[in-house]
Ligand binder design. Sequence first.
Ligand code: FAD
Length: 471
Amino acid sequence: MNNKPKKPSPSIKQNLGKHQDPVGRRGNFDEVAMGFGPEEAVAEAARCLGCKNKPCELACPVSVKVPEFVDLVYKEDTGAAASKIFETSLFPAICGRVCPQEAYCEAACVLKDKFGPVSIGRLERFTADYARKNGLITPPACAPDTGKKVACVGSGPTSLSVAAELRKLGHAVTVFEALHEFGGVLSYGIPTFRLPREVVRFEVDMLRKMGVRFLKNVMVGKSLTIDELKKDFDVVYIGSGAGLPSPMNTPGEDLVGVYSSNEFLTRVNLMEAFKFPATDTPYYIGKKVVVVGGGNTAMDSARCAMRLKPENVTLLYRRTRAEMPARGEEVENAMEEGIKFEFLTAPVALEGDEKGRLKRVKCIRMALGEPDASGRRKPVPQKGSEFYVEADSLVVAIGASPNPVIQQTTNGLSVNKWGCIAVDEATGKTSLDGVYAGGDVVRGGATVLLAMKDGKAAAMAMHEKLSGKGN
Ligand SMILES: Cc1cc2nc3c(=O)[nH]c(=O)nc-3n(C[C@H](O)[C@H](O)[C@H](O)COP(=O)(O)OP(=O)(O)OC[C@H]3O[C@@H](n4cnc5c(N)ncnc54)[C@H](O)[C@@H]3O)c2cc1C
């Protein structure tokens, strides 16, 4: 590389990477963040101080060896950088894109306050993409077959982690997925403009090459019970996620044009409704769209809606921007794309026309009161502040909980008051012998990285059991 900066060069400005132009990108589902090229990656890697105490690595839930892989990027040895990441994290092209680095590794970077943190997530993505596109990734070696059989329920990041870890150790793994596509939320929830499908498919194919069996369209709890799986498999892992949408319980929620985020995102992302009639799934959003919520799901819903070309998209959130659980970067992207944010606002009623179609949303302004159980200040409705927002469609994106089908059809499986499967935190062990669980079905909605972390921890406990060491 010409003019390669000396390492460390912390005061070089943090590079946040190029993005598709906000107006142009409203017309497509292509990736918004364009990623680093080799020169940008080396220059960003030059900023790393290579701290001996590795605060970034310590802050990472799956302990990615950050200073070491960043140093290899600086040395332009991208293949070795990728191998270094793979030592602890199996899906860097996914995590480099959707992991909230600003809350983990980048939050711990010592450069954060003075110069801006090293863009660790973007470097991780660069490394993984470069290695994938240049054929530098080969499936990890697997130990000789142990004769033990593992069933994973669901194919989201938590089950994929279990499958990878246990297959490497020589166990035969079968993944059962209810949908016709693998990847969980990575395929049906997160839009392609944040996570292209070929990235997820590459990871699933890698597991296939390692010998993992993937079966689709199998709803465990309906077509097959956990008890039946236990007869055929030595251990079972439940990674069925949190795909049951929470309703607002607001009058008018049954009007035509009102969607749960789950339905809306599945229609758009999985069924590609935006290509209708070339695809089978239609959508209706009309001219004015309202989205309710403040998390990643709300941002994704609003940004998907914007790409379906309505006149406007308005997002209602009952607290302020500071309390939004969505990644800051995605809130900024949404704002740049023209989504109107109404903070400190909540819907109180949805009103329809004579045909039962949504027409307008009655809203109320809020003020922040005392902190609630979540530690965030509680929104308090302001009497007399009601107003209306015109809407042809509305997407409810205020949270989700686990689908109860497995919990209801499995005798003796302990569940907490939120319907999440109860487990031993360190091992993912459930109340049933040989049955483990992790990810969103246990946490009730968290992050990709925590789902992967749960999968890794449970895989180790399951291996112990399969080897006759654990219980
Ligand atoms: C729209 C959206 C955006 C998000 N954005 C981010 C982000 O930017 N960063 C981040 O870190 N996290 C994000 N998250 C959260 C993250 O995606 C989840 O925490 C993570 O996917 C959980 O992984 P999981 O494997 O536990 O479950 P899931 O990914 O939900 O996968 C569960 C799988 O199990 C299948 N399944 C369910 N029931 C059954 C059954 N009975 N039988 C067979 N299969 C079944 C489901 O079809 C699904 O494929 C987002 C979530 C959503 C919804």
